[in-house]
Design a binder for this molecule. Structure first.
Ligand code: G6P
Length: 729
C-alpha cells in the first residue's frame, strides 16, 4: 500500500511545557479528531506543528522530535513570532473570519500575508524532505492553501490532494481578499480538492472561474495543462469507536458518578470550541427564553455547557469568553436557586470517557453554530446513543445538517424556533427519537471516517489516471517532431483550420477577435508555399470572413459550411437555403437575451446564434441547456439543427456542417498530408470525416474524435510556426 503523508497545521499531539516537564496531549478540533484514528490504523506519517513555540523547548527539541517520531509525526517547529503572524495572524484573523462570513472581523495586513506565504514555504520544505517517491500527499485545511502548488513546484510528479475543513465562502465574500488569486493558484497545485458540502464546491468553482478564468465540467477544472478535480466528501467519524466506547465500564462508571451529582434532571448538552462562529451566546439567550416560557421545566433540567478554550490570543475570542461568562452568570442568577444551577458551565476540554458519558446521558444536544464547515460533535452525539434515545437539535448552517436531516434543524437566528425546538425535543416520544436516530446511525456507520478518507484517496488516484490519459493524448515533443517531419516530407498538403478558440482565444464580443498582424503574417507564410492548401473553416458570417481573410490565398468556409469559397474563386452556397424559419426562432433567442444579462443574438445569413460568453458562467450554462431544449422541440419538424458550441447555441439548416464542407476539399486531391485543428463541438464534424492517416488536433482538453490535444491557441500558433520553419530537434 502506498504511504499516506498527512499534512496539517496541527499535529494530532500537542506539546505542553509544565513545571514538572513536557506533556504530550491529544489536540482538539474537528480535523485531528476525525483524522487521528485513520492515521493510527494506516500506513501514514503526519507533518505539522506540535502547538508550542520553538523558544520554549529549545533544549528539549531532540526529545520532542524523537517522541513525536515514535508516533509517525514529523514536527514543523514555529517561533513565537511565526505563530503570532501566521497562526494567530493570517490564519485566524484573516482566513477564518472571512471564510465564516465575518468580513467585519477580518484583518487585511500585508505583513500577516507575507508570514503566511513564508510558513507555507517552510511546510513545503518539510514535505520535500519527508516525502518518498510514490507517497500520496494529503494536505489539510485553511492554514496551508498555498502548499499544494509549492509542493508541486518541488515534486512535480507527486500525487497531491487537498481538503478544506471549513466553509468555502461565496464569491461575493471571497473576492474581498486582496490575495484571492494567489490562494486559488495555490490550491490548484493539487490534483483533487475536497470540500464537506456541494455548496462549498460550487463557491470554489465559481471563484476559480471568475478570478482565473478556468471553467469546469462537472467539477473537473481544465487549467492550462492539467485536469484538477473538485468534489464533495462529507467527513465522517470513527463510528465504531464512539458507539462501542459508550458501553465501556469507564464510561458507565462516569455516568453513575454524574447521575449521582445531577439527580434525575433532564440534560441538554452543548459542546464547542470557544469560537464566535459557534453561536454560543445565541444558544444561551434562547435557553433563557425557553426557561422563561416554560416554568414547568425550572429545576427539572440543566444545560451542560462545555466550552473548550481555543485561540485565546485572538482578540475576538477573548471578548467572546467574557460575553459567555456574563451570560451564564446572568441566567444562573435569574433561574437558579439554592442547590440548583441551571447552567453547568465547564471551560476546559474533557477527558474522552467524560465526553462520551455526557453524550450518552444527554436527552438533547443543542448544536447551533452560525457557520460550521461540518461539525463532527453532532455526529459523535448520535453515534453514542446505544439505546437510540436522545434528540439532536442542529443549525442548518452546519455542514452536517445536509446529512442529518432527521434531526430537528433550526435557523440559529430565529430564537423562537430554537425555543420551539427545545419544547418539541423534550416532548418527543421515545419511539420517534429511536426511529430518527437509527436512520442517522446507519448513515454515519456506513460513511464513517475510513470510508471518507478511502473515498477521497480513490478519487485522487482516479484523477491521476485521467491526467495520465490526457497526457497520452497531448501532442508531446516527439509526436510534434513526427508531425513536422511528415509535413516537410510531403508535397500535397491540406490544412483545415478553425478560427475562434483555435487560432485566437475568445473575445468578449465576436468582433473583438479580429486577427492580429501576427496571425495574418503567419497565415500568409503558410499559404505562400504552392504545396499547401489552407482552408479556414469557421462559423462566422461570410462578410466577416471575406473582410478578414479575403486577401489570403486560402479556401474559406463560413456559417459552419453554408458558404464555401475556393482559393481565387467566388463564394458559393452549399445548397439553396430558405430563411423562413428565422421569424419563429428569433423571439425565443431574444427572450433568452432578456433573461440572461450579458448574452446577445448574432444574426448570420442562414443561421441565428445566441452568444453567452460574457454572461455569468453558471447562469449562462443553465440557460444554454434550457434554450437548446426549447429549440430542439421547436425545430423537430423544421429541418433545422441546433449546435452547441463554445459559449454559443446556434440554429441553422440541418445537414449543413463543417464536416460536409471539409469533404469538398478532402475529396479534391490525393493529399499526402492532412492536418485539421479545431476547438469545439462543431469541429468534431471535421474530425469525423478525416481519413485515418490524417493529423487531427483538438484545442483544450476534453473528449474528442481528434487524435491529439493542444492546450491553447498560442500553442497552435507555435506549432504552425514550427511547421513553416522546421523544428529544432
Ligand atoms: C477547526 C479547523 C482545524 C483546527 C481546529 C482547532 O476544526 O478546521 O484546522 O485545527 O478548528 O483549531 P486550532 O486553531 O486550535 O488548531
Amino acid at each position: 500500500m502506498q504511504r499516506l503523508l498527512i499534512i496539517s497545521n496541527r499535529l494530532p499531539v500537542t506539546v505542553e511545557k509544565r513545571k514538572r516537564g513536557l506533556r504530550f496531549e491529544p489536540s482538539i478540533g474537528g480535523l485531528v479528531t476525525g483524522l487521528k484514528s485513520f492515521h493510527k490504523s494506516h500506513n501514514s506519517a503526519w507533518i505539522g506543528w506540535p502547538g508550542i513555540n520553538l523558544e520554549r523547548i529549545k533544549e528539549e527539541e531532540p526529545d520532542v522530535e524523537a517522541r513525536l517520531l515514535s508516533e509517525s509525526c514529523y514536527p514543523v517547529f514555529l517561533s513565537q513570532q511565526d505563530i503570532e503572524d501566521y497562526y494567530h495572524g493570517f490564519c485566524n484573523k484573516t482566513i477564518w473570519p472571512l471564510f465564516h462570513y465575518y468580513p467585519s472581523y477580518t484583518v487585511y495586513s500585508k505583513d500577516l500575508w507575507e508570514a503566511y506565504e513564508r510558513i507555507n514555504e517552510v511546510f513545503a520544505d518539510a514535505v520535500a524532505e519527508v516525502a518518498e517517491q510514490g507517497d500520496i500527499i494529503w494536505i489539510h485545511d485553511y492554514h496551508l492553501m498555498l502548499l499544494p502548488n509549492l509542493v508541486r513546484e518541488r515534486l512535480p510528479e507527486a500525487t497531491v490532494g487537498f481538503f478544506l475543513h471549513i466553509p468555502f465562502p461565496s464569491f461575493e465574500i471571497f473576492r474581498l481578499l486582496p490575495w484571492r488569486e494567489q490562494i486559488l493558484e495555490g490550491l490548484l497545485g493539487a490534483d483533487l480538492i475536497g470540500f464537506h458540502t456541494y455548496d462549498y464546491v460550487q463557491h470554489f468553482l465559481n471563484s476559480v472561474h471568475r478570478l482565473l478564468g478556468y471553467e469546469d465540467t462537472m467539477g473537473q477544472i481544465i487549467s492550462a495543462d492539467r485536469i484538477i478535480k473538485a468534489d464533495v466528501f462529507p467527513m465522517g467519524i470513527d463510528y465504531e469507536e464512539y458507539s462501542s466506547y459508550a458501553r465501556d465500564w469507564r464510561v458507565q462508571r462516569e455516568i453513575g458518578k454524574l447521575r449521582g451529582k445531577l439527580g434525575n434532571y433532564k440534560i441538554i448538552l452543548s459542546i464547542d470550541r470557544m469560537d464566535y462562529t459557534k453561536g454560543i451566546p445565541q444558544r444561551l439567550e434562547a435557553f433563557s427564553l425557553f426557561l422563561e416560557r416554560n416554568p414547568q421545566y425550572r429545576e427539572k433540567l440543566v444545560l451542560f455547557l462545555v466550552v473548550v478554550p481555543s485561540r485565546t490570543k485572538v482578540e475576538h475570542y477573548a471578548a467572546l469568553k467574557k460575553q459567555i461568562d456574563e451570560l451564564v452568570g446572568a441566567i444562573n442568577g435569574k433561574y437558579g436557586s439554592i442547590g440548583f444551577t441551571p447552567i453547568q458551565y465547564v471551560y476546559r476540554s474533557l477527558p474522552f470517557h467524560s465526553l462520551i458519558a455526557l453524550y450518552n446521558m444527554a436527552d438533547v444536544a443543542l448544536i447551533t453554530p452560525l457557520r460550521d464547515g461540518m461539525n463532527l460533535i453532532s455526529k459523535e452525539y448520535i453515534a453514542t446513543k446505544t439505546d437510540g434515545k436522545g434528540v439532536l437539535i442542529l443549525s442548518e448552517m452546519a455542514g452536517a445538517a445536509k446529512e442529518l436531516g432527521e434531526a430537528i434543524i433550526i435557523n440559529v437566528n430565529n430564537q423562537e424556533e430554537i425555543v420551539r425546538a427545545l419544547e418539541e425535543a423534550l416532548l418527543m416520544p421515545e419511539e420517534e427519537q429511536i426511529e430518527h436516530n437509527r436512520i442517522m446511525q446507519k448513515r454515519l456507520q456506513r460513511y464513517n471516517v475510513t470510508r471518507w478518507a478511502d473515498d477521497f484517496i480513490d478519487r485522487l488516484l482516479y484523477t491521476r489516471k485521467l491526467q495520465g490519459e490526457m497526457e497520452a493524448k497531448a501532442l508531446n515533443h516527439e509526436t510534434k517532431i513526427k508531425l513536422v517531419s511528415d509535413f516537410q516530407e510531403s508535397n500535397q498538403r491540406l490544412i483545415l483550420l478553425d478560427y475562434d478558440g483555435t487560432l485566437v482565444p475568445f473575445a468578449g464580443k465576436p468582433e473583438g477577435a479580429r486577427p492580429s498582424d501576427e496571425i495574418i503574417k503567419l497565415l500568409g507564410e503558410l499559404t505562400r508555399s504552392p504545396k499547401n492548401e489552407v482552408v479556414l473553416i469557421s462559423g462566422r458570417d461570410k462578410d466577416t470572413m471575406e473582410k478578414w481573410f479575403g486577401g489570403l490565398s486560402a479556401g474559406l468556409v463560413a456559417e459552419h459550411g453554408v458558404w464555401t469559397k475556393e482559393k481565387g474563386k467566388e463564394w458559393e452556397m452549399m445548397e439553396t437555403l430558405s430563411n423562413d424559419w428565422k421569424g419563429e426562432v428569433r423571439p425565443i433567442l431574444e427572450l433568452h437575451v432578456d433573461r440572461t444579462p450579458g448574452s446577445f443574438v448574432e444574426e448570420k445569413e442562414f443561421s441565428l446564434a445566441w452568444h453567452y460568453r460574457k454572461a455569468g458562467h453558471r447562469l449562462g450554462d443553465m440557460r444554454a441547456r434550457e434554450l437548446a431544449n426549447d429549440l430542439l422541440n421547436l425545430t423537430a419538424n423544421l429541418n433545422l439543427q441546433v449546435l452547441e458550441g463554445s459559449k454559443v447555441v446556434e440554429v441553422k439548416i440541418a445537414g449543413v456542417n463543417k464536416g460536409r464542407a471539409a469533404l469538398q476539399w478532402i475529396s479534391e486531391r490525393a493529399w499526402d498530408f492532412i492536418l485539421a485543428i479545431g476547438d469545439d463541438l462543431t469541429d468534431e464534424d471535421v474530425f469525423k470525416v478525416l481519413p485515418a492517416t490524417a493529423w487531427s488536433i483538438k484545442v483544450r482538453f476534453s473528449a474528442s474524435a481528434a487524435r491529439f490535444n493542444l492546450g491553447s491557441p498560442s500553442q497552435v500558433r507555435a506549432l504552425l510556426k514550427e511547421m513553416i520553419a522546421g523544428i529544432k530537434v
